[in-house]
Every structure is written in C-alpha cells, then in structure tokens.
Design a protein around this ligand. Structure first.
Ligand SMILES: [Zn+2]
Length: 240
C-alpha cells in the first residue's frame, strides 16, 4: 500500500527551511500576534518555477487570484480538511486547475513563481477560517505533521500474528546523542519524524492487538537490529 499523501513539490520536505516560516508561533509579528497559520515552502529550497503538486486526491473548491497578500489561491477539499495553497504566484497563468476539478495525488496544479508556497490546513470552511489567520484558536492545523502522518506506509493487511511483539514502537538512541522514534509492523520498520506520527501508529497497533509499550529503547548498533529481528520473524524482515 502506498500512502495517500505526498509533498507539494517533487522534492520532499526534509526538515529544513530557509526564508520559509514554520507553522505556529514565530518571532515574526503578524496581525494580532506572532502566529503563522501554515507552512511556507521556500523557493530557495524547492526551486523557482517548480511544479506545485496536489498533496492528496481531492476536489478544487476555489482557484483564482485574491487580495490581502494571498495572491494565487487553490483550495483543495480533502475531507475532513480544506487545504489552502496560497501566495505561490501573482499570476493566474500559474494556476492550472479550475473550481470543480477533481485532482489526483501528485498532479501538477500550478507553478511556483514567487518566494514561497504557503500551505494551510483547516477543518473549517476556508473562508471562515481566514478570519483566524493571525490567531492560534485551533482553526489552522500543522500541515507538516498531517502530511508526515499521512506518509506512513502500512502493509495492506494488519499483522494477525498473536503475541503482540510483531507490532510495537521503540526509541532509538543514536550514536550522535539524539533519539529517534521507530516502529515495527510485521516485516517492516518505520522511522517516525514526529511524535504525532508515532502516536498515530500506536493507535493502529492498539486497534490490531499489538503492544504499545513505548518504553523499549535500543542504542544504535548492529546488535540492536538483531534484537528487533529476534522479536519478529527474521524470514519476513527485509525492509529497513
Ligand atoms: Zn505563510
């Protein structure tokens, strides 16, 4: 099974940003405070002139040029979300989809022709949500964690082996001193870039009778993977 989500550019987000801005409270003042209601994908990283992609199958519920600094806007309905692409150009010629179009994940829907693409996620009506553009009242959600969670690829069928040890997550203490969160599902290992992604995995594990004890910790070493292999079925274990 492949994931239902992708990044808005062919180059994946790797955790770095330059002139872009993270979601949430920043040091940059806006309107009534310092809240940034989305994530900016900077052209320094993703490339001026790059194709802007649909991050999920969905329906275009608005496309056009808007005022108030929004510029080129495409709104994609992906229930329960309404996803705003904005500010990626000042020209309607860089918008390739019309209101009412159905789009597929990865489809080219526009072109980056400016300093950045701002991507915003809300579960409200997007026009209503714009009233909260500068305040953190729960209207706008973190695009990065939603996409990263959606990118986790899980096997077609849940693991039905009993014993619980085939599905679990663990903390990996890296040799450089940092800690990463990993999970095991049958013959696959997953690296979780965020705690929210790991917690989403926990829910799936729990729903399928697995072990959600998160106290397992291994130091990074080749023996560590040996321990994991011993806890699962070595014959199935091929994917890192
Ligand atoms: Zn922005």
């Amino acid at each position: 099974m492949t994931s239902e989500w992708t990044w808005p550019f062919s180059k994946a987000y790797t955790g770095t940003f330059e002139e872009g801005q993270q979601f949430g409270n920043t040091s940059y003042p806006r309107g009534r405070g310092y809240f940034h209601d989305g994530f900016d994908f900077g052209s320094n990283i993703y490339g001026q002139g790059s194709n802007v992609l649909a991050i999920h199958d969905g329906e275009v519920i608005y496309s056009g040029i808007m005022g108030s600094g929004l510029d080129a806007v495409i709104v994609l309905a992906v229930p329960p979300y309404q996803i705003m692409y904005q500010e990626f150009s000042k020209s309607s010629g860089d918008i390739y989809v019309n209101e009412g179009s159905k789009v597929k994940k990865g489809q080219v829907i526009g072109k980056l022709n400016g300093s950045h693409l701002h991507l915003g996620f809300t579960k409200k009506n997007w026009q209503v949500a714009l009233g909260s553009w500068d305040i953190n009242d729960g209207t706008w959600l973190n695009p990065i964690s939603i996409i990263q969670t959606g990118l986790i690829e899980l096997p077609e069928k849940p693991n039905t082996n009993s014993g619980g040890k085939k599905m679990f997550r663990f903390n990996l203490k890296k040799t450089n001193g940092t800690t990463e969160i990993w999970g095991v599902w049958g013959n696959k290992r997953f690296h979780f870039p965020t705690l929210s992604a790991a917690q989403f995995f926990d829910k799936l594990v729990k729903a399928n009778g697995g072990d959600t004890n998160t106290n397992n910790t291994w130091a990074e070493s080749s023996e560590m993977w040996g321990t994991i292999l011993a806890m699962t079925d070595p014959a199935q274990f091929s994917t890192k």
